[in-house]
Every structure is written in C-alpha cells, then in structure tokens.
Ligand binder design. Structure first.
Ligand code: SIN
Length: 290
C-alpha cells in the first residue's frame, strides 16, 4: 500500500470544522466519520436539528450516535427524515418488516453480511442514499465486531492526475450475483445488474469520488477482461489504505448513519462464536452521475 502515500503536490486538504447550533460533532478522523452528541433519536427532530445533522452528514459521511433507545418504528421514523425507505426484495420470504434488515451473527453463522469492503446495493440502477444500522447487542467478550468505513472521495483524490483522467469516462458493470458467492439466490429474487460511471459526483456536494467496489463491480466495460481485472484489483486494494478510513467500535444502543453514495464499509467478523445483533434501515437514492 505504500505506493499510495500522497505526493507533496497531492496532499490531503482537510476542511475547517463547521459549527452546529444543536449538536456536538467530534470527528473520528480528518477524512471520515464523526461522533454526534446531543440528540435523542426517538424524538421528533426540529428543523434546526435536521439541518445540523444533514450538514454533518455531508461533511463527515459517517455519523455515530451513541446511547440511543429505539423501537423499529422510531428507527424508521428517524431514517424517513432523509428520504423514502427502501424495501427489501426478499422480505416476503422471511416475513419480516420490509424496511428493516436484521444484521445478526452467532455461533451458528457460516458468514456475516458485509464482511468484505463494499458499497450497498450498487447493482441497482438507483443505489441507496445511505443506511442506518442500530446495534443492540455486541459480542459477549467485550470487543470485536467493529465496522470500518472508507471515503471514496479520498480514494479518488489520492489517484495521480493521469489515472484520474484515464478512469473518467469509463463505466463498470455492478452485478447483484457477486454477493451470493456461488450460492443460488431464491428463484423469486430478480438479480439486479447496472452500469455506472467509474468516477461519479456526489449528488448533493458535486465532489468527485471513485465508484467501484469489490462487493458488486464485475468489470469495466471499455477494457479487456485482463485490463479490467488488473485495474479493479488496484482500485480495490487502494480502498484498504488506512488514510481513507475510520473504525467504529459499537456499544449497545449505537446507531451509525453512513452515506452510501461516497463510502464503502467492511464489517469485521473477529468475534466468532460470539454474537452481535443489529437492524438496518436503508434510504432510497438516485442514479449515480459522472
Ligand atoms: C452491512 O450493512 O454491510 C453490515 C455492516 C455491519 O454489520 O457493521
């Protein structure tokens, strides 16, 4: 990874801290992530609270709210301030709430969701705006089960100018079969597949970012298979660079809200056979644009 250390002419520019009227925001790193204090998410938000949260979300991409006590309806109510809630395609099969995805692992788990670096649902034509994961149970051993989040703005910004130029204008296929890792999805599942630009702009800030991820991206359309594999492997390994990421350590009652349009995440499964439980609510997004 050393080759991605920035050259002097491409130093990371950190932004000045913003001021907020209703919340306290403590950045986790200068690049990504912040802890937000001063809110009870089970209550209705005032316009000023909502405006402060939205500003912090665009500035830090991942917001961590501690010590919350939420029912599923309160969780959904908080998420609905930011857009329409996404319904899970397979919810009818498990009979659960279509807007709430249980995220669970224990001694019987064969795998956990989100164990590799990925962005959620990019095989969809309109991937999500973001998700809120509310964790109520953390591993009994007292540690483990952290989640890493990486900034795809920074992943773009650390690229050299010729590489940025090369990637802009390319498109990639995002294939919904990849996460099934060789298992057959249920016959009811309509496997999504979409083509998105490799470099896109954040729909609200206009800031550029790298938009390929190991969880869904199969190949770059304009390159040969071999070229595509080599470039994607390079970009996927760049995402693991520590300068891009923050690490969230969960405590019971923590809700994390991430911007799925400009981040990737990785759930660390280092606590087997212990258990962890949370529920994720996802907000609809729009088609990524170059
Ligand atoms: C996910 O949404 O990918 C799961 C994240 C986590 O369990 O921390």
């Amino acid at each position: 990874m050393e080759k991605f250390v920035l050259d002097a002419d491409r130093l990371v520019t950190t932004r000045s801290p913003q001021t907020y009227q209703t919340i306290a925001v403590a950045p986790l790193t200068p690049v990504i992530g912040a802890e937000v204090a001063g809110l009870d998410l089970s209550q209705d938000l005032s316009d000023q609270q909502l405006s402060d949260i939205k500003s912090a979300f665009l500035a830090h991409h991942v917001l961590v709210f501690r010590d919350q006590k939420l029912t599923a309806d309160e969780h959904k109510h908080f998420a609905s301030y930011f857009g329409e809630l996404r319904h899970r395609q397979l919810a009818e099969l498990d009979g659960g709430d279509p807007a709430v995805l249980p995220v669970s692992a224990d001694k019987d788990s064969q795998f956990v969701s989100g164990e590799d670096w990925h962005c959620d649902g990019t095989a969809d034509a309109e991937p999500s705006l973001g998700s809120m994961l509310y964790v109520t149970r953390t591993p009994e051993i007292g540690s483990g089960g952290d989640t890493l989040f990486a900034s795809m703005h920074m992943a773009y910004e650390v690229l050299s100018p010729p590489m940025k130029e090369f990637l802009s204008g390319l498109t990639a296929i995002h294939d919904g079969l990849i996460p099934w890792q060789g298992y057959a999805p249920p016959p009811e599942y309509v496997v999504p597949k979409s083509e998105h630009p490799v470099i896109v702009r954040h729909p609200e800030t206009g800031r550029k970012l790298l938009f390929v991820n190991a969880g869904f991206t199969s190949h770059i359309v304009q390159l040969s298979r071999e070229e595509s594999r080599a470039i994607l492997d390079l970009l996927f390994s760049l995402v693991k660079s520590p300068i891009l990421s923050c690490r969230v350590r969960w405590t019971p009652g923590t809700l994390v809200f991430w911007d799925n349009r400009c981040t990737q995440h990785h759930a660390v499964w280092d606590y087997f056979p212990h258990s962890r439980y949370g529920e994720r609510v996802t907000i609809n997004g729009t088609r990524p644009q170059a």
